[in-house]
Design a protein around this ligand. Structure first.
Ligand code: AR6
Length: 525
């Protein structure tokens, strides 16, 4: 059943349960609550059980998802355990036995072959010691997870909590390409099989080989751990969907500006005890299983338990975000983009556990809008009311109060140039929108400018002035509207604005300041 069929069936069920007509908005409001899988049981409202149980993976029967497809499972098992795999070519031959879409062609698994050629010693250890562990853990899935995982689907407010052993097994299935990209086609979840990471899109990049190396380090580290201990640690994967009626009237919010700390030395992943923003794609993970290697992809690679979200999180809509609470960081890295490289082990013992025994690492995936590159006239449309509202609502979906979060209410949000790299957002606009949203929800911003240090100085200067004048969020919102109507909309065709948003605000603040000074001088006289 595809998602529209699923929603239709769900609606019919809710209609009959509540004995009244249900429209899309009511459905949006429906909170499916917490679904806990870590005891191998689904603790959810019984009425909804059959409607939620729909996602998952070849282990379960499609027409009866509560039941294990034991025939298929046996086939994976015999294929993987009856073969010796000592190199990438042999790995390829085994995978194509259960995945006939792939062939013996050299282009398949070429990145894994490059890994083998570049790091022969590591590859030797991988094939002899780590891969057998991956296979063993993948095949344990039916034992670890006796019920299929529900879809974190559109319009749902839903959270599932699994243990780290279940996550390990799920990730092992992704790695072995047992999970195909079929879910993507049926449920509109991100493609989650590692086949695309192993088999390069042109060009074949060193950074992709380094991503494989980084994930292998995760499995190597897990291999040496006590499995019972791993089982006691939990992870929450959550989807947040805003209800249209509860959206904020941004224009009329009169909130003082939140505290903004700018730290040019720190990256988001190093901001402990804070909510950490993932500059996400609407398909979680973005290009992590292909050639992508920017903020989101790097975060997934160094915290590999994030990959698991790709199995069951449907494409995000405008009013939605996703939380992943409890992932552990396993690796360091160097470089960025095409220069990305595995940087050795990262010891995450310093991160404590919360009261649910999850690592205190709360990552929130928020996908900004993808805009045209600067120079193309449509680039400036991001200043329009429609775009501004979309970004404010989207960021709000990520940072509003969350009952599954264990962080303090007035917490800092570790963020930065959200939407301003691959997605071409205007850095001045995006920084102010994040400040407005955080101020309205009563949280603070910990801004990591990363490579944009010059911008950081200007941002600090502007904030200082705004704070000195006790500027409130409505005034800031108003400046953005004015900038669009007075500067952007009056731009001659194909030209750039002469004044940036920050300078426009600074100029106007000066004017207001001068007028105020003049008034008080006059009053004195
Ligand atoms: N900490 C703080 N800032 C960072 C970090 C970091 N670790 N890494 C990068 N930046 P980008 P987007 C800064 O392009 O524009 C992915 O493919 C750096 O200045 O990753 O929202 C997703 O899957 C960088 O230029 O985010 C989406 O498809 C800027 O943050 C798409 O990219 C933006 O990082 C999202 O693109």
């Amino acid at each position: 059943m595809n998602i529209s069929g699923f929603i239709k069936k769900l609606k019919t069920k809710l209609n009959s349960d509540l004995n009244k007509e249900i429209d899309e908005d009511t459905l949006t409001k429906y909170d499916f609550g917490n679904i806990e899988l870590y005891n191998n049981e689904l603790n959810i409202n019984n009425d909804l059980k059959e409607y939620i149980n729909y996602i998952i993976i070849p282990y379960y029967q499609k027409n009866n998802p509560g039941k294990l497809n034991s025939k298929q499972y046996k086939f994976f098992k015999s294929t993987l355990t009856n073969s010796t795999i000592t190199n990438a070519k042999e790995f390829q031959s085994v995978v194509i036995k259960y995945n006939p879409l792939y062939t013996e062609d050299d282009c398949f698994f070429a990145n894994l072959k490059n890994y083998e050629a570049k790091y022969p010693e590591e590859a030797n250890k991988f094939f002899n010691k780590i891969l057998p562990f991956i296979i063993e853990q993948a095949l344990k899935l039916p034992e670890y997870l006796t019920k299929p995982i529900p879809l974190l689907g559109k319009n749902m407010n839903i959270a599932i909590t699994i243990n780290k052993l279940q996550a390990l097994s799920l990730l092992a299935n992704q790695f072995l390409c047992i999970f195909t990209d079929e879910n993507h086609e049926i449920y509109d979840t991100p493609p989650c099989s590692f086949i695309t990471l192993f088999s390069p899109m042109k060009p074949s990049l060193d950074s992709t080989v380094e991503k494989i190396r980084t994930v292998i380090h995760y499995f190597d580290k897990m291999r040496k751990r006590n499995l019972e201990e791993i089982k006691s640690e939990l992870l929450t994967y959550q989807r947040i969907s805003l209800n249209k009626e509860s959206l904020i009237d941004w224009k009329n919010q009169k909130k003082g500006l939140c505290s903004v700390r700018i730290d040019t030395e720190t990256s988001i992943e190093d901001c402990k005890g804070m909510m950490q923003v993932d500059f996400a794609n609407w398909y979680l993970g973005g290009g992590v299983l292909t050639n992508g290697c920017v903020q989101e992809e790097i975060r997934f690679t160094i915290n590999p338990e994030l990959f698991v979200s790709m199995i069951f999180t449907q494409c995000l809509d405008h009013l939605e975000s996703a939380y992943i609470i409890g992932t552990e960081r396993f690796s360091n890295y160097t470089g960025y983009g095409r220069t990305y490289a595995y940087g050795g082990d990262y010891d995450d013992n310093g991160t404590l556990f919360d009261n649910m025994n999850r690592k205190e690492t709360e990552i929130v995936a928020i996908d900004a809008t993808l805009f045209c590159t600067p120079g193309i006239p449509q680039y400036y449309e991001q200043f329009s009311n429609k775009s501004v509202m979309r970004e404010l609502n989207k960021f709000y979906a990520g940072i509003k109060e969350n009952k599954y979060s264990d962080l303090e209410k007035d917490i800092y949000i570790a963020t930065g140039n959200w939407g301003c790299g691959a997605f071409n957002g205007n850095i001045e606009l995006k920084a102010l929108l994040q400040v407005i949203a955080a101020s309205v929800v009563g949280k603070n911003i910990y801004y990591c400018p990363y490579d944009k240090t010059e911008f950081a100085d200007q941002f600090g200067l502007l904030l200082k002035k705004l704070k000195k004048l006790h500027t409130t969020t409505d005034i800031l919102f108003n400046y953005i509207e004015e900038y669009y109507s007075k500067v952007i909309q009056n731009l001659p065709k194909n030209s750039k604005p002469e004044v940036t948003l920050f300078n426009y605000i600074l100029k106007n603040i000066e004017n207001i300041n001068n007028e105020n000074n003049k008034k008080s001088e006059e009053e004195k006289v």
